[in-house]
Every structure is written in C-alpha cells, then in structure tokens.
Design a protein around this ligand. Structure first.
Ligand code: HEM
Length: 462
C-alpha cells in the first residue's frame, strides 16, 4: 500500500516549544477539537514529544487491537503517579501489582458485586433527593456540585464503608479538596515542559506533595481501622482488597498498594460519574420529549414504590439516555495507547513502535459515517432495541476498551440509573434558566459549565 505523511500543523517560535502555543491550557481538549476540524481525522503534534491524534471510528477502533497497542500512562497520568503509583489507573502494564489488583477486583465490579452494592448506592442517592426536596422548587441547583457530592459519597461508602458525608457540610471534605488539587496540578504539570515546572512551579509542587501526604494518611487510616475492627459482612471493595488472594500468585495486595487503590477509586470514580450525570440532566432538560418518555418509563416501572435492583434492567429508556448522553458528551476526552510494534493505521499512515497515539472520543462518537447526519443530536432512540450493538466495533467507547478499559463501568452505570430513577420518580425537573444552552468547562473531565436546574415535587409523590 502507498504510505501517506501524517499532517502536522506549522510550529511557531522556530519550533522551540513544539506545538505548546497551539494548546489552550485552560481547555486543552478544545484545542484538539479545533485542530481536528482544520486538519482532519489524523494529525501529529509535538507536545514535548511527538503524539498522533485520531478522530474517527475507522482509525480509533484500531487502537483497541491489543496485539499492536497498549496503554502507557501519558504525561499527566505519570504526574499522578506521585499520588497513586502502581494503582490500577496509573500503573504500567509491566507492573505486577496491576495484574494482581485487576484479577482480584474485576469480580467485585461484576454483576454479583454490584448487586451487593445496590443498597448503599440507593442510600446515598436518597440523601441527594431529600436534600433537593428540602431546598424547594425555587432553589437553583448547581448540578455539577451536588452530583459530585453524590458520587464522592457513593464511592466512599461502596468502596470502603467510609462516610465522607458530603450532604451534611457546606464545604467539601478535606480529602475531596486535596484530591481535586492534586489531580488538577498533576494534569497541568503533565502539560508543561519539565524545565518550566522546575523553575516556575516550585511552590505548587510543594503544595501538591503536602496534599498527597495528607491523602495517604486518610487512606492508611481507613485500612488500619478495618484491620483493627474487621467487618466481615461489609460488601465493599476494601474487604476484597484486604482479604482476597490472587489465584495466580497466591499473594494478597500489600497495605501500601491498597492505599494507592483507595486513592485511585476515589479519583477515577467521582468526577467522571458526576460530569456524566450533569450532561444527562442537561440533555433531559433540553429535550422535553426525551424527558417525558423517561418520566413515563419511571412511572410504569417504579411508580411510587421503592426502587429495587430488579427494576434496573427494565429501565431501558433511561439506559438509552445515559448511553446517548455519553456518546455526544463523553466526560473523559481521550483514550491513549502506544504502538508496541511498527504498524500502519488506516492502511496508509505509518506509525513507529513506541509512538503515543490519542483517540478523541468526542469525534469518535460524532463520526457521521457511523452515526448518520444527525450525529450531533441527542436522540436516545438510536440506542434502543439492539441498534447500539449493531454498530461496527469500537464505535461507542466512553469507558475505553480492552484490558485497560474502565473497571468501574458497571458501577457508574448502576449509580447513574438509580439516581435518575430516584430523581424522576420524585421531581419534575427543568433548567433554572430556560435560555441556558450547553457551555463546557474542562477540569479533569469535561462537564457542563454553570448548568443549574430546578426541581419541583411531583403531585402525589411523598
Ligand atoms: C479507567 C471512563 C467511572 C475506575 C477509565 C478509562 C476511561 C474511564 C475512559 C480509561 C480506559 C482506557 O484507557 O481504555 C470512566 C467514565 C466513568 C468512570 C466515563 C463514569 C461515567 C469509574 C468509576 C470507577 C472507575 C465509578 C471506580 C469505582 C477506573 C479505573 C480505571 C478506569 C480503576 C483504570 C483501569 C485500568 O487501567 O486497569 N475510566 N470511568 N471509573 N476507571 Fe473509569
């Protein structure tokens, strides 16, 4: 086949700092989206090392071939290793603890494990509904803020039987603040040249290290408390991590590694899920027809009964709303892989072994060849009745794919479904400002900016 050169935008300042000036540090992924509109579905950038960026289904789906590609933590993730070392998210595939923890924890996130977490998820979800109810119909709910309380408390309770009690305090728990600061600064460090980090961000680094020590202290306390007061009946991840024995090595996880996994689950599980839920509420409020259908489904299946685990698989329209919202607005922006051998992408673009490549999920999920001319529209119906499974492989990947796919996918889906069922059962929801249209901000994830909602108790609901 005839090979074609991968396009590369021109560099400014004689190329001394690569394409860094092309990237908006406040919203880096938007710069990628804009460049993709200009250069098409493949281009390369020099961001302190060459990286190829992909943006359609044909190219991105090839990254999921594990014979040719593997996840190597990118620069921001390598910076996060200061806090979570060889925890599941930031580990290199070569690290034995990744395999050990992956084998031990995978069943805990499977259907049976999730069923055991149902009651705790319902409890935290009910706290949110109670809080919104007490605020009353005139209160403007800051969606991202309240949903972050929900997701943080949920992972704390389901993961480690630890109550952050985010609904009972105006300020976030200190751990949530420390974690937020560490993740943000790690992301920024990963996007700056190392010499700039060394020379100009000395104090920020000092603060990051202090935060990390405080976070570790809480993780260690959670482990110590459980060792001193075992809770054999707690259906949480901590029991699995403390007591589980890896079938291949016959070993348990060390306390140090459990510390990193606790930080990992808290970090990977809260912003992603709250950003996702915020987008879903935005889309429902903006598309009254979809909202009406979602509410009708909740009325038919849940009615005025208590939400149960057996109801969840029947909430197919809500599930379609979740999938459709995650399609057009995936909260995680990129999947990153590195070529494990020389390879050719799309039959014509040569990629050398060791080259890092990123797939932009927003462009994957809006590829018109796959999703049609209305790819930019929120239309949950396209996800119903197996329409979703009939698509070419690798078309919908908000949770990534393969060995390093999101281990918390089922956890997040169950948590979101429960929350939607509880909220729609009790409330009529609407945008606080009827003229609001979606604006986005980029923190660790992408999420709606300043989206506020009002909720009004539905007649006859207690
Ligand atoms: C990895 C998305 C919720 C834990 C990932 C990846 C994505 C992702 C895109 C990387 C996949 C890849 O490179 O192929 C999301 C989204 C979520 C979510 C969109 C919510 C809607 C959660 C939750 C947890 C979690 C609730 C934990 C309770 C993890 C972990 C990894 C991961 C540990 C690393 C897995 C590994 O490399 O072994 N997630 N995630 N995530 N996620 Fe999630």
């Amino acid at each position: 086949c005839k090979l074609v050169e991968i396009p590369e935008p021109p560099k400014q300042y004689f190329g001394l700092i690569g394409h860094m000036p092309d990237i908006d540090p406040g919203f880096p992924i938007r710069s990628f989206w804009n460049l993709m509109d200009m250069y098409g579905p493949i281009f390369k950038l020099d961001l302190g090392g060459s990286r190829i960026i992909l943006g359609n289904q044909e190219l991105i789906s090839q990254l999921f071939d594990e014979d040719k590609w593997k996840k190597v933590p990118g620069k921001p993730q390598q910076e996060m290793r200061a806090a979570s070392r060889d925890g599941l998210f930031t580990a290199f595939l070569e690290e034995p603890n990744w395999w050990k923890a992956h084998r031990l924890l995978l069943p805990a996130f499977g259907p049976l494990g999730l069923l055991k977490m149902f009651d705790n998820m319902l409890e935290v979800g009910s706290q949110l509904v109670l809080m919104w109810d007490r605020f009353g119909p005139d209160h403007e709910i800051d969606c991202a803020e309240d949903l972050t309380r929900l997701t943080f408390d949920t992972i704390g309770l389901c993961g480690f039987n630890f109550r952050f009690n985010e609904f009972y305090s105006d300020e976030p728990h200190p751990f949530a603040k420390q974690l937020g600061e560490v993740l943000t600064e790690s992301g920024r460090r990963g996007n700056r040249p190392p010499f700039v980090n060394r020379l100009l961000y000395f104090r920020a680094e000092q603060r990051r290290q202090e935060n990390i020590l405080k976070m570790w202290a809480l993780c260690d306390k959670i482990v110590r408390d459980r060792r001193e007061n075992p809770k054999p009946d707690a259906n949480d991840l901590l029991n699995v991590m403390l007591n589980g024995v890896d079938r291949e090595t016959g070993e348990k996880l060390s306390d140090e590694n459990i510390r990193f996994q606790i930080g990992t689950f808290l970090g990977a599980g809260y912003e992603t899920t709250s950003a996702s839920l915020s987008f879903i509420y935005y889309h429902l409020c903006h598309n009254t027809d979809a909202l009406r259908k979602a509410q009708q489904e909740v009325d038919e299946i849940v009615g005025d009964k208590v939400v149960t685990a057996s109801m969840l698989p029947r909430l197919t329209y809500l599930d379609a709303c979740i999938k459709e919202s995650m399609r057009i607005n995936p909260p995680v922006n990129l999947v990153n892989r590195t070529a494990t051998k020389d390879t050719v992408l799309g039959g014509k673009y040569f990629v050398k072994k060791g080259t890092p490549v990123s797939g932009i999920l927003r462009h994957l999920h809006r590829d018109r060849k796959i999703w049609g001319e209305d790819a930019d529209e929120f239309r949950p119906e396209r996800m119903l009745n197996g329409g979703f499974q009939a698509l070419p492989p690798g078309s919908w990947k908000p949770f990534g794919d393969g060995l390093r796919a999101c281990i918390g996918k089922g956890f997040a889906e169950q948590e979101m479904l429960i929350n939607l069922a509880l909220v729609l059962q009790r409330f009529q929801i609407a945008k606080a400002d009827p003229n609001y249209t979606l604006k986005m901000k980029s923190t660790l994830t992408t999420k709606p900016d300043n989206f506020k909602m009002k909720v009004c108790r539905r007649q006859g609901r207690t």
